[in-house]
Design a protein around this ligand. Structure first.
Ligand code: TPP
Ligand code: MG
Length: 362
C-alpha cells in the first residue's frame, strides 16, 4: 500500500485497473507503413541513447548525457504529426523529435564528439544548433526560452504568409519559469499556431511534480491562457500522434495555440551523473515493468497484426547497423584545431584573452 501511495505522490500512472498489459490506442488513422516508420524512430531514439551512454563511459563524449529512457513515445509520436515546413524546439529529452524532423544521427554524434565538421564545430557538445531548412531550432540551456523563440518564428511566418505550425517541447519544471508564461501568453493573444507540449515526466532534476505546481494538472493552465488544452498518455505513441494531429489541425486552421500535457515518466536521472537517490524505492522498476512505451507499442503492433516479432527484429537490426554506420562517419571526422574554439564565439578578428598567448606564439 505504502508503495502504491508513493507512486501516486510522485508521478501519475496511466495504468488501468485491469491486469491486461498496456498497449496503445487502437483508434488510429496511421497506415501500416507509417506505424512501422514510427517504430523505426522510437527504436532509433532508445538505441541512440544507449550508444551515447556507452560513449560517455568510454570517455569519448565529454558533455552531459540526457537520455529519454521511458519517454521516447512522446517526442516521436508528436513530431510524427508535423509537416516538413513546421518547426520544433525540442528540450534535452526530445532527440526522438529531432530525428523525426530529419536531423541525422551522424550530425548529433559529431556534435557530442566535438568534431570539426559538427554544426557547432566543437564550440558546443550538445544539440544547441539549428537547421532552419528542416524546421529545427535546438534548445538553449535556459528553460522555457524556446517558447518565445517559437512565437517569433511564427510571427515571421505570418508576415511572410508561410503556412507553418511550431511545437515547443518543455518539461514540468519548465512551466515554473517566467518565459513559459510570457511565451504561452503571447502566442495565445496573437492566436499563433504554437503547440506547447508539456512532458510531465514526474521530475525536474530532483524536484517531484507535486513540489512544482499546486495545479491538479498542468493542462488546467490552458484555461488561464484562453487556449485549447489536451491531455495524453505520453507512453502511448499512437495516442501521442493522434493528439498532436488534432492540435496541428486546430492550430493550422487559424484557431490559435494549444497546450498539450503528456503524462510520462523519466526512468533515468536528470543526466548520467545523477544517481536518482531521491526517487522512492521501486518506482522506476514499476514503470519499466508496467509502462514502457516501446513494450506497449510492440504489443500494439502485434495485436493489430501490423508486424510479427520477426519483422520487428529485422527493423531493429537495420537500426543497429544504421546507427553504427552513422557513428563511424562521425568518428572518422577530425577534431578541430584548438585555436578555432573561440571562432564564432568571439569576434573572429579579436583573439580571445585565454588564447592570446598561443596565437601570438604562432
Ligand atoms: C531558467 C533555468 N533554470 C534552471 C535551469 C537548470 N535546469 C536545467 S534542466 C532543469 C530541470 C528541467 O526539468 P523539466 O522541465 O521537468 O525537464 P526534464 O529534465 O524533466 O525533461 C533545470 C532546473 C535552467 N537550465 N534554466
Ligand atoms: Mg520533468
Amino acid at each position: 500500500m505504502l508503495f502504491a501511495a508513493k507512486i501516486k505522490m510522485t508521478a501519475k500512472t496511466n495504468l488501468k485497473k485491469s491486469t491486461e498489459p498496456l498497449s496503445c490506442t487502437s483508434k488510429t488513422s496511421l497506415t501500416k507503413e507509417q506505424l512501422l516508420q514510427m517504430y523505426h524512430f522510437v527504436k532509433l531514439t532508445r538505441m541512440f541513447d544507449e550508444m551515447t551512454v556507452k560513449l560517455k563511459r568510454q570517455a569519448k563524449l565529454t558533455g552531459g548525457v540526457f537520455t529519454s529512457l521511458g519517454q521516447e513515445a512522446t517526442a516521436v509520436g508528436t513530431a510524427f504529426a508535423l509537416e516538413n515546413q513546421d518547426f520544433i524546439a525540442p528540450l534535452i529529452r526530445d532527440i526522438g523529435a529531432v530525428f523525426v524532423k530529419g536531423i541525422l544521427p551522424r550530425t548529433i554524434f559529431a556534435q557530442y564528439l566535438g568534431r570539426a565538421n559538427a554544426p557547432s564545430r566543437a564550440a558546443d557538445v550538445q544539440f544547441h544548433f539549428a537547421d532552419l531548412e528542416k524546421g529545427f531550432v535546438g534548445p538553449i540551456s535556459h528553460l522555457g526560452d524556446m517558447i518565445p523563440v517559437m512565437t517569433g518564428i511564427l510571427i515571421a511566418a505570418r508576415m511572410k504568409r508561410e503556412n507553418r505550425v511550431a511545437a515547443a517541447y518543455v518539461g514540468d519544471g519548465t512551466t515554473s519559469t517566467g518565459t513559459f508564461h510570457e511565451g504561452v501568453n503571447f502566442a495565445a493573444v496573437q492566436k499563433l499556431p504554437l503547440i506547447t507540449i508539456i512532458e510531465n515526466n514526474g521530475y525536474a532534476y530532483s524536484t517531484p511534480t507535486r513540489l512544482q505546481t499546486a495545479a491538479a494538472n498542468f493542462i488546467d493552465k490552458a484555461v488561464g491562457y484562453g487556449i485549447k488544452g489536451l491531455s495524453v498518455d505520453g507512453n502511448d505513441i499512437v495516442a501521442c500522434y493522434e493528439v498532436m494531429k488534432e492540435a496541428v489541425e486546430y492550430a493550422r486552421g487559424g484557431n490559435g495555440s494549444v497546450l498539450i500535457e503528456a503524462h510520462t515518466y523519466r526512468r533515468k536521472g536528470h543526466a548520467e551523473h545523477d544517481n536518482q537517490s531521491y526517487v522512492p524505492e521501486g518506482e522506476i522498476e514499476f514503470w519499466a515493468k508496467n509502462n514502457d512505451p516501446i513494450d506497449r507499442y510492440e504489443r500494439f503492433l502485434s495485436k493489430e497484426k501490423i508486424a510479427d516479432p520477426e519483422e520487428l527484429k529485422e527493423i531493429v537490426s537495420k537500426v543497429e547497423k544504421y546507427l553504427s554506420d552513422e557513428l563511424a562517419i562521425a568518428e572518422e571526422a577530425p577534431f578541430p584545431e584548438g585555436i578555432t574554439a573561440a571562432y564564432n564565439v568571439f569576434d573572429n578578428s579579436i583573439v580571445a584573452p585565454a588564447l592570446k598567448k598561443k596565437v601570438l606564439e604562432k
